[in-house]
Design a protein around this ligand. Structure first.
Ligand code: PGA
Length: 709
């Protein structure tokens, strides 16, 4: 190991720091790119969605440029317009929230790649002047669009390269709400704006705009400049001339070409004019100068205009004429279309001709109503939302002639915030709070679990053998030696004890290393010493070198009538002589069937060991052995055993406190074998086993010991 380079997972400390820094930088870059792309998509999707017709016109410009179709007003291009804005907006929101990170980032990158190819073509071939990326809100040149898209494409690729580094704002379980709400919202916005008018009007004819001002050339600005070249011929020789060196009449004119040499300033409104039909009088100036109100019924294509609201239109026409105001229809359509409209709707108003694109720019409704005063836009309405001349609102508008466009804009922004931003914000907030609280809950749970595991770890894990009345001395010593050797060679993960018949104790104690394999007796007398023929006292047990003694085994309770009082004495004597006690408790089959197991074990503990001081009780190991499982091959299920072990621990806690209960080892006994030990020992309140039959063969016993591995 090099100095200053601690190896962790095959990496040096320096490498770890470097890779952490790299990861941090990567994280920051990916999330920055994600924000840039998300915000751009949201803005451009939204400004397209609020003006579906404008977006449709742009799509049709593109379609015409590549010669695919001439589909003015077609449903397909309108559908495409709504879909495009919805996809763009939704991708932006999904990226912002980091929803379905992999698939969304890939789709975004592909989307940007396609857009970049289109803008490359725009830049090279200039089929349309303005890409329409941001509707009418922001106009950028084709070169700027290309630059913008290259940056966005690079950002989208970076995000798609490491999508999982996007920080989530919402948990997976709530993502569907954001997805559905976003799609519903944006499609809803498009439909609303189609039915009414664009929510926000970025065009030069917005409410409050002064058309006259919009047509002015600011002082010092120049318009676009054009240069014409003339191709002339004389005596078979062709040459090019400009206006400055135009030759004399000996030259014959062949051809001329005019090119724009400088962009210059084009006023926002440059082709607004009204020529009345059928007399051809240009009334543009009068109309813009008129100090009274002028209503303009604007219909770019009268043949396609919606005539369903003609009643409302007539009511306004009557109001206008009744109050000495002008009412003019404006269209780019033919006389024929005008007379057809008159036939259908009974229109009595005059029509003027205006450029079709100008009319489409003026209002996104066919027809739509415009209210002008001295060239200023006072009001705009879709044919679906025409004002009622009798309403207070309309009267106030006519009275004040006020441009409330700015006020309206603020109100609309608030509406969008209330309908979209706030619900998603609240959802995110609730989601994050929930996520945070569940992290706290989990941490607490983990802590609890950790503490439990630690407690269990702190408690002694024990596998004890109870040889009962089996094996003669030689066999017993041989088994003890075999076990001792095996456990010396491979250290067990628990304490191992063998409890043998009395006569084995001294010899076995000589044969084993009790640091590896501890020794205990299966019983001891309830008397200290004296004339008790055939009995073996606790002191005698201790003198053999044994450290443990089993007391209260069910076989002794039932075959030798050992009562709780007798057992109580035995326990006291064992402890007095420095022996640790493995105290057995457990219910019979009848008691279990009568569901009395808890009562039984409680009474057994109370009868023989709950009299002890805390200090003495700490020297007791409890062995729960359901009598119906001992030597029968029937084991309590691990859940059954765990249930009663937990109960035993709880009553110890009641008696001696939680700390003592947590430190007391509670073993399970009764047909415990290598095959079922792992499942039993995995339970939090089972700390090992007291093994009868399976303790008589070294291999079987070791199998159980290995369950702790
Ligand atoms: P068993 O005996 O493992 O043979 O069922 C257990 C015991 O009596 O301690």
């Amino acid at each position: 190991m090099n100095e200053g380079k601690n190896e962790t997972n095959g990496r040096t400390a320096e490498e770890t720091v470097v890779s952490r820094t790299t990861l941090f930088v990567q994280h920051a870059i990916v999330n920055l790119c994600r924000l840039v792309v998300a915000v751009t998509f949201i803005v451009s999707g939204f400004v397209k969605a609020i003006d579906p017709l404008g977006t449709q016109y742009k799509i049709e410009d593109y379609a015409a440029a590549v010669g695919i179709m001439q589909p003015a007003g077609s449903l397909a291009t309108l559908g495409l317009s709504v879909a495009l804005s919805a996809v763009e907006f939704s991708l932006g929101v999904l990226l912002l929230f980091a929803i379905h990170r992999r698939v969304v980032s890939r789709i975004t990158a592909v989307f940007m790649a396609i857009m970049t190819i289109i803008t490359l073509w725009l830049w090279i071939a200039e089929p349309v002047k303005d890409c329409g990326c941001f509707g009418d809100a922001i106009h950028i040149s084709n070169a700027q669009t290309l630059m913008k898209n290259i940056v966005l494409l690079a950002s989208a690729v970076i995000v798609a390269w490491r999508p999982l580094q996007m920080v989530r704002f919402i948990s997976r379980s709530n993502q569907w709400i954001v997805i559905n709400y976003t799609v519903l919202f944006i499609v809803g916005v498009s439909i609303y704006c189609l039915y009414m008018l664009p929510l926000f009007d970025f065009r030069p004819y917005h409410i409050g705009a002064d058309i006259k001002k919009g047509m002015e050339m600011p002082p010092g600005e120049k318009g676009p400049e054009f240069e014409t070249t003339f191709i002339m011929e004389k005596d078979g020789e062709r040459r090019e001339f400009s206006l400055d060196n135009y030759p004399d009449s000996t030259w014959t004119f062949i051809d001329s070409k005019t090119v724009q040499v400088s962009e210059g300033y084009v006023p926002p409104i440059h082709d607004f004019s009204v020529v009345m039909q059928p007399d051809g009088v240009d009334v543009t100036e009068d109309l813009l100068a008129n100090k009274d109100y002028t209503f303009l019924l604007v219909s770019p294509q009268l043949e396609k205009a919606d005539d369903s609201n003609f009643g409302d239109i007539d009511r306004i026409y009557e109001y206008a004429t009744g109050n000495g105001m002008n009412f003019i229809g404006l269209t780019a359509s033919s006389d024929e279309a005008i007379s057809r409209w008159r036939d259908i709707t009974g229109a009595e108003y005059d029509f003027g001709i205006t450029d079709g694109t100008t009319l489409k720019t003026m209002i996104r409704s066919n027809p739509g109503l415009f209210l002008l005063k001295e060239g200023r836009v006072i009001g705009k309405w879709s044919h679906n939302d025409l004002p009622d001349p009798a309403s207070q609102e309309f009267k106030a508008l006519i009275k004040n002639g006020i441009d409330n466009g700015n006020f309206d804009t603020a109100k609309k922004v608030v509406k969008v915030v209330i309908w979209f931003v706030i619900p998603l914000f609240l959802l995110t907030l609730a989601d994050r709070l929930w996520a945070w609280s569940s992290i706290v809950r989990n941490t607490r749970k983990k802590n609890k679990l950790y503490k439990l595991l630690k407690k269990k770890k702190m408690r002694k894990k024990i596998v004890a053998g109870n040889w009962k009345m089996n094996l003669n001395l030689q066999e017993g010593v041989a088994l003890a030696k075999e076990l001792n050797e095996a456990l010396t060679a491979e250290k067990p993960n628990c304490d191992v004890i063998i409890c043998t018949p009395f006569i084995h104790l001294a010899s076995v104690a000589q044969a084993i290393d009790q640091n590896v394999l501890a020794l205990g007796a299966e019983n001891c007398a309830d008397k200290e010493k004296g004339a008790y023929t055939g009995e073996v006292s606790a002191e005698m047990v201790k003198s053999t070198g044994a450290q443990y003694v089993i007391i209260g085994h069910s076989e002794r309770r039932s075959y030798y009538a050992e009562t709780p009082e007798i057992l109580k004495e035995k326990v006291l004597l064992a402890l007095k002589n420095g022996l640790k006690v493995i105290f057995c408790i457990g219910e019979s089959l009848e008691e279990r069937e009568a569901n009395k197991q808890n009562e039984v074990v409680k009474a057994e503990l109370e009868g023989s060991v709950f009299n002890l001081s805390e200090e003495d009780f700490r020297k007791i190991i409890i062995a729960y052995e359901p009598i119906w499982a001992i030597g029968t091959g029937k084991t309590a299920t691990s859940d059954q055993a765990e249930e009663i072990h937990a109960y035993i621990r709880s009553i110890i806690a009641e008696k001696y406190g939680k700390a003592v209960a947590e430190d007391t080892s509670i073993l399970y006994g009764g047909s415990c074998k290598a095959s079922n030990a792992p499942e039993l020992f995995a339970k939090p309140d089972i700390d090992g086993g007291l093994i009868g039959g399976a303790a008589l063969k070294a291999a079987d016993f070791r199998g159980i010991i290995d369950a702790w591995k």
